[in-house]
Design a protein around this ligand. Structure first.
Ligand code: HEC
Length: 255
């Protein structure tokens, strides 16, 4: 009895280590499967023990080069190639990065982040990932911070390119009604925040840290200096491309 259960456990281990599919089967998935099935196939190919996985990925990269691979699969393909780590794949990926980095459009380097993300993962990044901190400043459907705009209105309502640009280049366009300023006051103090309201007599700022509102009499203001967006312009460096793609999906379509 004991021996039998030990050996069946060993069988389980062996089975778990075996690829779920042969390369011939993965090829059929890539040729006929839906995007979601192809995405899972790329994840398996990344660590597939059969060296023929390289040839299948090479064929998919050729499709990318001839503009025949759907953009929603680009990141999955590039990640699988990077994970396999052959000198050939590394060189191809580096060549692509270099070429896109030379583009006058700084967003070109992130074009694989526009389509194909996972909205549920995107919500997790938005709400929980400390390097992102989105929820400290933004709410989604009323839940979250009040420094920046509630982002729910963007859902089904805006170009993904705008969402990507807002994350990576926050100062390229400032959301209407969310300009930031520093105000020098007569008493020598300086207050700064996002302008959330202004009348003929006073101005209301939301604090950059917690969104708390404060109102200042305009008569006390001696100098007014526009400030850049409080969003860091470094999300392109601190977040992975996968995290960025998931965020774009979450903001564009929800989870
Ligand atoms: C320190 C506060 C802060 C943090 C953290 C922050 N944002 Fe923002 N965000 C703002 C403010 C303020 C604006 C409006 C000014 C502007 O357009 O940059 C804004 C604008 C945006 C916009 C454009 C909205 C529109 O209506 O066009 C998007 C999209 C966005 N943020 C997404 C994010 C995501 C995703 C994260 C997390 C990775 C994040 N932000 C983190 C403060 C923040």
């Amino acid at each position: 009895m004991i021996a039998a259960s030990a050996s069946s456990r060993a069988d389980d281990l062996v089975n778990a280590a075996q690829p779920e599919r042969t390369i011939a089967e993965e090829t059929v998935v890539q040729e006929k499967g839906r995007l979601s099935a192809r995405r899972r196939s790329f994840a398996r190919l990344a660590t597939h023990p059969d060296p023929a996985a390289d040839a299948l990925l090479r064929a998919q990269f050729d499709l990318y080069r001839s503009h025949d691979l759907p953009p929603a699969l680009w990141l999955d393909l590039f990640e699988a190639m990077a994970k396999r780590g052959s000198a050939e794949f590394k060189a191809q990926l580096a060549e692509r990065e270099e070429r896109l980095a030379k583009s006058p459009d700084p967003l070109r380097r992130f074009e694989e982040c526009l389509e194909g993300g996972d909205g549920e993962q995107g919500r997790a990044v938005f709400e929980k990932k400390p390097e992102a901190g989105c929820v400290r400043c933004h709410s989604m459907d009323g839940k979250g911070g009040q420094v920046g705009p509630d982002l729910a209105w963007l859902r089904h309502n805006t170009e993904r390119a705008h969402i990507l640009e807002s994350i990576l280049l926050p100062n390229a366009t400032i959301a209407t009604g969310f300009n930031s300023v520093a105000l020098k006051l007569k008493n020598g103090e300086t207050v700064a925040g996002v302008v959330r309201g202004e009348s003929a007599v006073d101005i209301t700022l939301a604090s950059f840290t917690d969104g708390k509102r404060s109102t200042v009499k305009l008569a006390k203001v001696v100098e007014r200096t526009p400030l850049p967006s409080p969003m860091t312009p470094a999300f392109g460096q601190v977040l992975s491309k996968r995290a960025i793609r998931d965020l774009v999906q979450f903001i564009a379509e929800g989870d």
